[in-house]
Write a protein that binds this ligand. Structure first.
Ligand SMILES: C[S@@+](CC[C@H](N)C(=O)[O-])C[C@H]1O[C@@H](n2cnc3c(N)ncnc32)[C@H](O)[C@@H]1O
Ligand SMILES: [Zn+2]
Length: 247
């Protein structure tokens, strides 16, 4: 039986490392994480067991980046007097931390690769799910239509999910659309049930630009001219010269 279940407010800037906010708040309260796992019912979630000193009971916290939800609860049948006040204090600290915006992971600024780019503000550990690629979900036909409609259209705001679906980040998109391509990227795009996430391939240091390999597909026959149209300016030693997916 769960005696208390509290939703945490994760308002404010979405570019935040909520996991760090929760862990710092717990540390401030003298809570020690005895276990950190993922709940299979909430893919990608972070689930903690917190203890206070040698006291009985376990405070459980769950953060689900997918829906930007977090909640706290008391482990079934093992309630203890310290838990309810700890839940209230955690809730307050997390809300303050999220509002202060001290935990922003990245910011957008001018990039040496192209236009604007996304840059790490803090160290981002390997495997961190940095951001979901959001935007309007459209059909391949609609994507082709939008691409051909105007040459001004920033077509690579289009992210091909699979044979039938494309995400157009030009409509209701988020910061993910500013991530530039690199042939030696520090992130990768992952398709999880049709949703696209950008994850850190390695630890990324503050100031580094976030990149992933676009691997653009085209139905046109590959020519030097076509490759030049999609010329790459990533500057890496192993640059293949194009954003296209060529061997
Ligand atoms: C998703 S946007 C990235 C954000 C872009 N820098 C901006 O300011 O809007 C993709 C476009 O950025 C440019 N771009 C991204 N990576 C590049 C690279 N490695 N070399 C040259 N251009 C790049 C291309 O024009 C591409 O169509
Ligand atoms: Zn390159």
């Amino acid at each position: 039986m769960v005696i208390e279940r509290v939703e945490l407010q994760l308002e404010g800037n979405s570019r935040q490392d909520v996991r760090s906010i929760i862990e710092e708040a717990a540390k401030t309260l003298g809570l020690v994480a005895t276990q950190v796992t993922t709940l299979s019912t909430f893919p990608g979630s972070v689930h903690w067991h917190f203890k206070q000193g040698k006291g009985r009971g376990t405070l459980e916290a769950t953060y689900w980046p997918d829906r930007r939800r977090a909640w706290l609860s008391v482990r079934s049948g093992r309630e203890a007097e310290w838990i309810a006040p700890a839940i209230r204090a955690l809730k307050r600290l997390v809300a303050t931390g999220a509002k202060a915006g001290r935990y922003r992971l990245y910011s957008i600024r001018n990039s040496p690769i192209h236009g604007r780019g996304v840059f790490a503000l803090r160290r981002i550990p390997k495997g961190t799910r940095v951001i979901e690629y959001l935007g309007e979900r459209i059909s391949q036909d609609e994507a082709t239509r939008r691409y051909e409609e105007t040459t001004q259209y920033p077509f690579t705001f289009l992210f091909e999910v699979d044979e039938t679906t494309v995400i157009d980040a030009g409509v209701r998109g988020n910061s993910a659309r500013y991530i530039n391509h690199s042939c030696s990227p520090n992130c990768e795009s992952l398709n999880e049930g049709g949703r696209i996430y950008i994850e850190a391939l390695r630890a990324i240091l503050p100031g580094e630009e976030l990149t992933y390999d676009y691997r653009l597909e085209t139905e046109e026959p590959m020519t030097r001219r076509l490759q030049a149209t999609f010329g790459c300016n990533c500057g890496s030693r192993r640059c293949r010269g194009t954003l296209l997916n060529v061997a």
